[in-house]
Design a protein around this ligand. Structure first.
Ligand code: URA
Length: 248
C-alpha cells in the first residue's frame, strides 16, 4: 500500500469511527481532500477544530458585527493556522465607497487592521487627494488572513473567504467599489483579464459600479503609475459626484 492509500484508509477509518455512514466526496475539492489526507496527527472528534460557519450561513448574517465575529474565528482555509490576526476590515459601515485590497501583509497581520503599512499610507493619501477621508470609507481585503510570506492568494483560499466579502458588500451597500490590484479586481469581476486592461473599463459587482486600479504596493515599486491611479480615482469621484449632475 502506498502512502496516499494508507492516508486514505486512515481517513476513512476515522470518519467511520466518528459515526459517519456516508461520504460525499463531491463536498470536497482536490485540494481539500489532499489537506484532509495529509493532516497529522489524525484528529479525534474531541480535538478537531469547529467547522466554522458555512457559506450560506455567512451570507445570511444580519450585521457587519455578526459577520466579523464569525470571521474572527474562521477555520475555513489553511491560513487560519498561520495568521496572527484576522483582518476583517474597518471604516464607515454605511460608506459610499468600499475599498477592496488583496490580503493582509505583515503589518496588518500584526495589528488586525487593513492597509496600515507603507502601501496603506499611500492608499490613504491617494484617497484624500480626491476627497475621500479614510474614516469615511470602508476598507477590507479579498482575503482576511495573511498568506505566509505575502505569497499570492490561492484559488481555494479566495473561494473560502469570498462569502465574507460578499456579505460585507451587501451590508455596507456602497455606491461604488474601488478594487485595488489584480486579485481584488479579478475576484470581484470573475475574470483573468490583467489589471492594466481592467482599469479602463466600467464594471459592476452585485449591481455596484467597480473601478479597478493598481495596487498601492505596485505604485511604491512603479512611481510612474501613481498618476494613472490618481486618474482612476478621479473616475471614481465622477461616479459618486457627477460633474453638473445630481448624485444618485
Ligand atoms: N495589501 C493589501 O492588499 N491589503 C492590506 O490590507 C495591506 C496590504
Amino acid at each position: 500500500m502506498n502512502e496516499t492509500q494508507d492516508l486514505l484508509q486512515r481517513y476513512l477509518r476515522q470518519r467511520r469511527e466518528m459515526g459517519e455512514a456516508e461520504l460525499f466526496l463531491d463536498r470536497h475539492n482536490a485540494s481539500e481532500l489532499h489537506d484532509l489526507l495529509t493532516r497529522t496527527p489524525v484528529e479525534t472528534a474531541a480535538d478537531a477544530p469547529a467547522p466554522g460557519a458555512s457559506a450560506p450561513e455567512i451570507v445570511q448574517l444580519g450585521s457587519l458585527e455578526s459577520v466579523r465575529e464569525i470571521a474572527l474565528g474562521c477555520p475555513r482555509c489553511r491560513l487560519a493556522e498561520t495568521r496572527q490576526h484576522v483582518v476583517f476590515g474597518e471604516g464607515n459601515p454605511a460608506a459610499e465607497l468600499l475599498v477592496v485590497g488583496e490580503a493582509p501583509g505583515a503589518d496588518e497581520d500584526r495589528t488586525g487592521r487593513p492597509f496600515v503599512g507603507r502601501a496603506g499610507k499611500l492608499l490613504t493619501l491617494l484617497l484624500a487627494s480626491v476627497g475621500f477621508e479614510r474614516e469615511s470609507v470602508y476598507i477590507c481585503n479579498v482575503l482576511k488572513c495573511r498568506p505566509p510570506g505575502n505569497r499570492n492568494p490561492r484559488p481555494d483560499e479566495i473561494e473560502a473567504c469570498s462569502p465574507y466579502l460578499l456579505r460585507q458588500v451587501e451590508l455596507v451597500a456602497p455606491r461604488a467599489i474601488l478594487a485595488c490590484g489584480t486579485f481584488a479586481a479579478q475576484t470581484l469581476l470573475r475574470t483573468t483579464v490583467p489589471i492594466s486592461r481592467l482599469r479602463t473599463g466600467a464594471y459592476e459587482y452585485q449591481g455596484v459600479p467597480v473601478v479597478a486600479t493598481y495596487h498601492p504596493a505596485a505604485l511604491l515599486r512603479h512611481a510612474a503609475w501613481v498618476r494613472t491611479s490618481w486618474e482612476d480615482l478621479q473616475r471614481l469621484r465622477e461616479i459618486l459626484d457627477p460633474v453638473g449632475g445630481r448624485s444618485a
